[in-house]
Design a protein around this ligand. Structure first.
Ligand SMILES: [Zn+2]
Ligand SMILES: [Zn+2]
Length: 306
């Protein structure tokens, strides 16, 4: 079935299934990029985006598989940012991964994560948990930088906790005794970098992990002025009420609405591929926004693989 999201005004069959947020082993998922792309096709998806944390390292492998098996691939990344003291994840779609300021910033984030690992291990050892840096590296050989989900996996393997959720709830989440902070880009800067790199940006699970509904509409409007393209509304961390409120804000502001699984392989339950999807017309707007940013910045950005 031909898909041409770059062409304005084209109509999509409503059965097209689009999932724009997934993780491979290059960050904290459990599939290789190739396995992930194959799993996406097996799950009946027509379009999948690979969005590992703070890295484009999985893109080449995913692109080769997508071209081979004939599924549409959007190359993206999920950037760890801070906004007014809160952690915010920003999905960047189709940015030029060689844009030097973006490369530098992602290196900074990944280094922050690498430096944090021995500090977290020390903190846990101080709590009486017999864990070593090597235990964590052993469960994350393909990761661009080993982070908290990998520490959680090591804790599961050591029999300290039953699963990742328990590891975060008892030890690793902010405010828990094993937590160590690290460097994160400011959200404003990340939005600007993605736009300058010719990409489109979407705030992931906007109100997902927070008891408050922040950022609210006024803040989102200012972020839109900086270049924000859309909001991830349909996500497992949002209940029906929050989805409705976020959808209304997106409609008021003219932001793109996405829905995605945030698939992590076996690393996260309830996040199966295609559990949430993005409407074809919203996907077309997202790809148009990236094309517009690319034309404005002059950065040659990666094309969608078809
Ligand atoms: Zn996230
Ligand atoms: Zn994610």
């Amino acid at each position: 079935m031909p898909l041409h999201p770059g062409e304005r005004g084209c109509h999509y069959p409503s059965r097209v299934r689009i999932d724009l947020h997934t993780h491979s082993r290059v960050s904290d998922g459990t599939d290789s990029p190739e396995e992930l792309v194959r799993a996406a096709q097996a799950a009946g998806l027509d379009v999948v985006a690979l969005t590992d944390h703070d890295t484009a390292d999985g893109w080449a492998e995913a692109a080769a598989t997508a071209a081979e098996i004939g599924i549409e691939l959007v190359r993206g990344m999920e950037i760890s940012t801070l906004h007014q003291g809160r952690s915010v994840h920003l999905l960047g779609y189709l940015p030029d991964p060689t844009y030097p300021p973006l490369v530098t910033e992602l290196q900074h984030v990944l280094e922050g994560r690498r430096h944090r690992l021995p500090m977290m291990v020390e903190r846990l050892r101080g709590l009486g948990v017999e864990i070593t840096v090597d235990d964590v590296l052993a469960v994350s050989p393909d990761a661009a930088a080993s982070g908290r989900p990998h520490v959680a996996d090591a804790l599961v393997r050591l029999g300290v906790v039953a699963d990742r959720d328990e590891a975060f709830d008892t030890l690793l989440a902010a405010g828990r005794p094993g937590y160590v902070g690290r460097y994160a880009t400011s959200l404003d800067q990340a939005i600007a970098l993605v736009a300058e790199a010719g990409g489109a940006s979407v705030i992931a699970h906007v109100w997902g992990r927070s008891t408050s509904e922040r950022p609210g509409e006024a803040e989102l409007a200012s972020l839109q002025e900086l270049g924000l393209t859309g909001l991830e509304v349909d996500h497992q961390d949002h209940d029906a009420t929050r989805r409705d409120r976020l959808r209304a804000i997106a409609r008021n502001l003219g932001l793109v609405v996405t829905g995605s699984s945030d698939y992590h392989g076996t690393g996260k339950t309830m996040h199966d591929l295609g559990v949430n999807t993005t409407a074809p017309e919203e996907y077309a707007r997202l790809i148009d926004a990236a094309a517009t940013a690319s034309a404005a910045s002059g950065r040659p950005t990666p094309q969608v693989i078809r």
